[in-house]
Write a protein that binds this ligand. Sequence first.
Ligand SMILES: *Cc1c(COP(=O)(O)O)cnc(C)c1O
Length: 731
Amino acid sequence: MRVENRSSCDKSYTGIDLFRLAAALLIITIHTSPLADLSDTADFILTRIAARVAVPFFFVTSGFFLISRYHDQTAKLWAFVKKTALIYAAAAVLYLPVNLYNGYFKMENLLPNLIKDIVFDGTLYHLWYLPASVIGGVVAWGLVKKLDYKKATAAAAALYLVGLFGDSYYGWIGEIPACSGLYALIFQVSDYTRNGIFFAPLFFVMGGFIADHNKTMYRQFRSGETASAERASGKAVFAGCFVLMLALMLVEGLTLHHFQVQRHDSMYVFLPPCVYFLFLMLLQFRGKRYVWMRDVSLVIYLIHPMMIVVIRMFAKVLHLQDLLVDNSVVHFLAVTGMSAAFSMLAVALWGRFGRRAKKLDTDTDRAYIEIDLANLEHNVEVLKKAMQPKCELMAVVKADAYGHGMCEVAVHLDRIGVRAYAVATVDEGIRLRRCGVRGEILILGYTAPERAGEIRRYDLAQTLIDHAYACRLNEQGQRIKVHVKIDTGMHRLGFDPFHIEEILCVFAMERFDVRGIYTHLCAADSLEEEDVCFTRQQIADFYGVLKRLKKEGMRIPKIHIQSSYGLLNYPELKCSYVRAGIALYGVLSTPDAQTRLQLDLRPVLSLKAKVVLIRFVPQGESVGYGRTFVAERDSVIAILPIGYADGFPRSLSGSGSYALIGGSWAPVIGRICMDQLAVDVTDIADVEVGMTATLIGYDGGGQIDAPMVAKDSGSITNELFSRMGSRLGRV
Ligand SMILES: *Cc1c(COP(=O)(O)O)cnc(C)c1O
């Protein structure tokens, strides 16, 4: 049941993955100066100016994946800090022999210098990057959490400015007495200003900013409607800006070099904009994933100084110094080749032996929900294919993603490129943001107008459920995104399609940024002639509204009509979004559903429980509350620790439902309790305590379908799922 081809997912950052390798090579050039033999100027341009984009690129990348104003999972920050610190510790140990050889430990004032090196300068020349990542990450995180992006950027830029004056511009600034005192102080604690305090934070903030504004940035450069067309134009614009900034940085660097003002040459005025546009450009390259590239580039970065040492020793022994060390180009190629070969080998070996496949930790769970993210991903692709071109998927993740776990599901969807979500309540929307989900989030239901501030703060979009509500919300004085809902016959929420003045009035409300207009179909699941007629009328009424709006000169925002069944039965509708819920989770509401479109959807959820007791029940004895089950023969029963409080409906009692144990069918007997139920295992050999019973899902050749279970309980899959899991863990 694994999905073979996942490469078509939109959100694989191919450009970033590939540039990691290029950046690692640029760092090698800084430490080997390949062009030194040819021309000093060429060498300066390459290693002291151009290659300076490499380290900030890594900072921006870390910030991109780490920092967001939407979530406050400090656990994520600590995981980053811990991982980076561990790598740093390992690298420091690795290079201890080099430190020993250099006589590092013989220096005066060893302890203060050691602390200074560990915290700022790195225990070997290239390692400063790791503590700078930790400090920069923490500082940027704090800034973005405490301030908005504007202020956080201003603060980080101010730090950068201090750094800049102590770096490339020190020759001028250092002469001012007031400044020289300050910098003398700084240089006591850190050899350079390009460290975690003055250098890194700006780039981390930049990464977070780009991540949070990614979508809107495309839009500024949108020429066509499709994402790929947007990206194509984005590519050209960003590449142009990058080249311009790089050129300006070259001029800046050469000028400073000419006047010999540089104390060090890591920081330039044009470096941040240059890296900014470089990163935006790289973001536009999507496609295949190269996750291994991340590890390879990291190892290259860590190991190349070691390779420099090895090559020097090697050259000495073989008397090849002229070629391998003194020829700068060959030296560079040798270091690069050896570092790359070593890194790939190391990463391959690590992947083979180091990382054992994670075992699901289900041994100690009494009962649990199993989520198959590969199937979720498969469903996303199948649905996207079924949709009209230019239509986007809006993943409906209300009610804890139909019991599947909102955070887990949405974070995965976010990773594979789903950019729009729908929830039922404002609290669900906030939760979604806190899990780190970016993109559009639409609240489908009512939100108290008093909570408009939260809608704005978390960048949610509110459904306007009627005219009076719109007015009350508008009065809150918050600028928020809204979608206008039209009631075309469900008579639940929405504007009357024939009161066009009321709808126009909303478009004119200043505080609202009208992002969408939509309706909901109430009989789209049926193919009965009468229902189809009704649905077609609903659709016609909705388009009638759009036509009137157009006539009044309104710009039509995103439109959406279909939910899962809407797509399956009316796939020809041209919309901006499909709001898919139940189909995303790979099932339909009922087992006998007829739909025009038949898609290969795969169930995402399985429900499992452990056998905790096996007991013998003599003929004539009863089992459970109300003594509804009486053994007709001497029986063996198994107790499963799952009940209706876990979402397994009590109404299934006596309906002929089953559990699968070891691939065999075990009938559920007696009444289902709040926390337990019993199954008859008389006819199943070798049932043991600790075996796993499947209540929904596959086991062996058997399969229990959720829609079937839902029907037996007198409901539909949607309800079954949404009641599940308030108490269950998920794996
Ligand atoms: C729940 C909901 C959906 C999703 O419905 P499915 O049938 O699960 O796809 C779509 N639109 C609205 C307005 C909803 O409330």
